[in-house]
Design a protein around this ligand. Structure first.
Ligand code: GUN
Ligand code: ZN
Length: 445
């Protein structure tokens, strides 16, 4: 049975970095989106769609103060770090040793992993995130726990077992052989099961021996349809350390390229300090960068230059990532707010249109999924978020002075957070609806 939702819609038909916002951004002030069997079957102005709706169809009308968008996509996030978000006082390598590695040891216990996976996915839905590329831990049971919970929701999710065989506590280490075998078994079990997809996950060159990177490369060659995710050039001390660990290679990205890890569907977290030569390799190989601004500011890593990355003579695919638990918010609106500031520090202003593109279709493009998710059109998977454009008293007040739609969008990404998410749909099913308590009542004075 089809269902439908009605309200203002924002979506993109292409890449505004290449073709401009005028030709790619669609704002339909009163639209209907019809969904059936997990897909969008019709989308257009209410005036055209309404007369042709199937008789008896339920239409949920969100009204003029809503905004319906494709669900947000988080291209870089660590679900096991949910219990340690907001760990103070350290930069990357120290932060990993002090907080991350001790926390990740708890995931040998599958029930603990399941409990965290539930909280993690709940927060995704509360923030309108309907897809992602997720790191688990070195323990295969942590991957099973996340996939089992995501499968219940019908989410399109990529995830993988972390491979790491050095420079971490003994309990978190695998070996080149066991990491290959366990990843291989998880691919056979989960890749393309429903909407789930596998991501081959060597944590980063600092925690993998050359032999393990070789094993990860073999997995990539054997499974070109799987994702590959790792970290690159996040922090200057990290970049210097990787140079020491791999003196024979011509820089950080060359380590990964040497082991066949640079290819389509490879998602490299951060890339804050990539050289021009490395950007060219990213472009040539079709790999993507996950831009994680809240994390980069929190760990003092730097500020990624998105305008430079997408430069038209050698555009690199860029997705948006929260990078929890180094990232400080599940909210994509908050993440866009920080992306704006990162761009400002690089001397550019990120427009609201470009920002929302990056959070939806742009990240789908980075993950080679733009034929399935990231935009609203017939045939696309029906993953949607419904925003409330007046979700707090100050946003409601500020919206009176918005002179156009772009300004209204910018207000949302600068002032909005999880309270702005009214509803989330996965494969056409409503999986989250905001409760009435999102605005605290004013006491009379
Ligand atoms: N580099 C290697 N592992 C990690 C991690 O867990 N988080 C971040 N932000 N960077 C990393
Ligand atoms: Zn990360």
């Amino acid at each position: 049975m089809p269902t439908a939702i009605r309200g203002p819609v924002l979506t993109f038909t292409g890449d505004p970095y290449r073709h401009g916002l005028e030709g790619t951004m669609v704002h339909e002030p009163d639209a209907i989106v019809v969904m059936e069997n997990g897909l969008i079957t019709q989308f257009g102005p209410a005036a055209t769609i309404e007369p042709n709706l199937p008789p008896g169809i339920a239409v949920t009308n969100y009204g003029a103060d809503a905004l319906i968008s494709a669900g947000f996509i988080d291209s870089h996030v660590h679900f096991p770090q949910t219990p340690m978000i907001a760990a103070a006082g350290a930069q990357l390598l120290d932060w990993l040793n002090r907080y991350t590695f001790p926390t990740e040891q708890k995931y040998a216990d599958k029930e603990f992993a399941r409990d965290v996976a539930k909280v993690f996915l709940r927060e995704n839905l509360r923030n309108g995130i309907t897809s992602g590329c997720v790191y688990c831990t070195v323990y295969p049971q942590s991957v099973d726990a996340l996939f089992e919970e995501a499968e219940k929701l019908g989410m399109r999710l990529a995830a993988g077992k972390v491979m790491m065989d050095r420079n971490a506590p003994e309990k978190l280490l695998d070996t080149p052989r066991t990491s290959y075998d366990e990843s291989k078994a998880l691919i056979a079990k989960w890749h393309n099961r429903g909407r789930l997809m596998y991501a081959i996950t060597p944590r980063f060159a600092g925690t993998s021996s050359p032999e393990q990177l070789e094993a990860a490369g073999a997995l990539c060659r054997e499974h070109p349809e799987c994702f590959m995710q790792t970290h690159i050039s996040e922090n200057e001390s990290e970049v210097a350390w990787i140079r020491q660990l791999f003196p024979g290679r011509n820089g950080y990205l060359d380590v990964y390229d040497h082991y066949s890890l640079c290819r389509p569907r490879s998602v490299f977290g951060h890339g804050v300090h990539l050289t021009e030569e490395e950007m060219t390799v990213m472009h040539r190989t079709g790999a993507a960068i996950a831009h994680c601004p809240t994390s980069n500011f929190f760990l003092g890593s730097g500020y990624f230059d998105i305008a430079r990355a997408v430069r038209s003579d050698r555009p690199v695919r860029v997705g948006l990532g929260t990078d929890l638990g180094a990232g400080t918010s599940f909210s994509i609106l908050v993440t866009l707010n920080e992306a704006y500031k990162a761009a400002q520090l690089n001397g550019h202003a990120l427009s609201a249109g470009h920002a929302y593109y990056t959070a939806t279709r742009g990240t789908a493009h980075a993950m080679y999924l733009e034929d399935k998710i990231g935009s609203i059109a017939p045939g696309m998977e029906a993953d949607l978020v419904v925003l409330d454009m007046k979700s707090t008293p100050i946003i409601e007040y500020r919206m009176q002075f918005a002179k156009d739609f772009e300004e209204a969008l910018f207000i949302q990404m600068t002032l909005g957070d999880d309270r702005a998410v009214q509803a989330t749909y996965i494969a056409g099913r409503q999986v989250y609806r905001r409760g009435p308590q999102h605005r605290s009542a004013m006491l009379p004075v």
